[in-house]
Design a protein around this ligand. Structure first.
Ligand code: LRH
Ligand code: MN
Ligand code: MN
Length: 387
């Protein structure tokens, strides 16, 4: 690919940042509050706008309901616009109420199922008000012990709730279904893997697509295979990017395994799915428990950008010829040559060409923004979980 086409691909790239990554978070052992943390969704949007101004590729911010509930969505939408960003996916939350101890949409009690489904329908109302196109669904539903509930009936209940929400979607709205191997359910999760999510999405129709959260797999899972498969089926709707060493660690994307991120981005490039017009929402889903939040989010966006630049650098002609002739080593080398290229100077130049600081993290530290928010904001909120 020519340098001009690589640069065009990088300029078009879009990465959505999560509102909750700007808030205080922690583990179940301790939340370490940080200075300058947002006190409301407006301040989260303001922080997201800083990330976009510095990187140029993070123009939307994902909201979580009810963590980001506001009285007036038009006000938040207009505030975002003033800051040159937009409100992105609406993440539903049916995992935090007492009622959901045995599940939400798969709960044995129809009253709890009704409450959970109503929340999902409310989220679609929020989408109408914010102009968001995606509702992102993740269910903590599952069981801890064999025999606790009937696994098959739970699938029926899930299908019923999803179908009701699907019917409520507007013409240009989508349902994104996220899977997760385990946690908080430890024996059987109701949407544990891409196959289950895929099967439900297939049954629902074209507006239902699968979300890959990179932290939601068993160790060693070949995530790029899942990417390739779902792209081929036109069923990949979004990513939740983050890094993991052990389970759902929610560390910075590209920190634990930059090679895996490169392999994923190569499949995206290979599938022609990098361009926003293709319709994949590339989100971060992270929390920054001990590191400074805005710099960590900048780092994550830049890590994805670097992996993408390397994926774009793969010489597809050389690779294709090597694959065709069965030259295993040459084919592998074509990927490794791209992965081992230092793309940072090229990306710094790209930013400079676009009138941005070549080093967004250094520019952030110089900007005085952190000093300003630390002085102005006291009592920053906690992201809705992790305490
Ligand atoms: C679940 C999850 C899901 C939630 C987010 C806060 O582990 O990945 O995407 O919405 O974390
Ligand atoms: Mn997620
Ligand atoms: Mn997760």
């Amino acid at each position: 690919m020519s340098l001009d086409r690589i640069k065009a691909g990088l300029r078009a790239q879009r990465i959505e940042t999560p509102s909750w990554a700007y808030a205080n978070s922690g583990t179940r052992f301790k939340v370490f509050p940080q200075p300058g943390v947002p006190r409301d969704p407006f301040e989260k949007v303001a922080d997201a706008a800083v990330v976009h101004r510095l990187t140029g590729i993070a123009p939307t911010v994902s909201l979580h309901i009810p963590w980001d509930l506001v009285d007036d969505w038009t006000k938040l939408r207009e505030f975002a616009q003033e800051q040159s960003v937009a409100l992105g996916a609406i993440n539903a939350n049916v995992f935090q109420d007492e009622d959901y101890k045995l599940g939400s949409v798969t709960h044995p009690d129809p009253r709890v199922r009704r409450k959970a489904t109503d929340h999902l329908l409310d989220c679609v109302d929020v989408m109408d008000a914010t102009g968001s196109q995606d509702i992102k669904l993740w269910f903590s539903d599952g069981t801890n012990y064999p025999g606790q509930d009937d696994m098959r009936s739970r699938q029926d209940r899930l299908a019923e709730a999803l179908a009701e929400v699907y019917r409520r979607l507007g013409g240009d709205q989508r349902m994104l279904l996220e899977y997760k191997l385990f946690e908080p359910a430890f024996y059987a999760t109701d949407v544990p893997d891409w196959g289950t999510a895929y099967a439900h999405c297939l049954e629902l129709g074209p507006k239902a697509q699968v979300v890959i959260d990179t932290g939601h797999h068993a160790p060693g899972t070949n995530i790029e295979f899942i990417v390739a498969f779902l792209l081929r089926q036109r069923k990949l709707g979004a990513f939740d990017f983050n890094s993991r060493f052990y389970a759902d660690d929610d560390l910075m994307a590209g920190a634990a395994d930059p090679f895996q991120l490169f392999r994923i981005m190569y499949e995206i490039v290979r599938g022609g799915a990098l361009d926003p017009a293709y319709g994949i929402t590339f989100m971060l889903d992270q929390c920054h428990n001990i590191e400074a939040k805005i710099p960590a989010i900048l780092r994550s966006v830049l890590n994805i950008q670097e992996a993408t630049a390397k994926a774009l650098l793969v010489d597809r002609d050389v690779l294709g010829a090597a694959q065709q002739s069965g030259d295993v080593l040459a084919a592998n080398a074509a990927l490794m040559d791209a992965f081992n290229t230092d793309v940072r100077p090229m990306l710094a130049q790209l930013r400079a060409d676009d009138g941005r600081d070549p080093d967004p993290i250094a520019a952030y530290h110089r900007s005085g923004y952190f000093e300003r928010i630390s002085a102005d904001r006291t009592g920053g909120v906690q992201a809705g979980w992790g305490a």
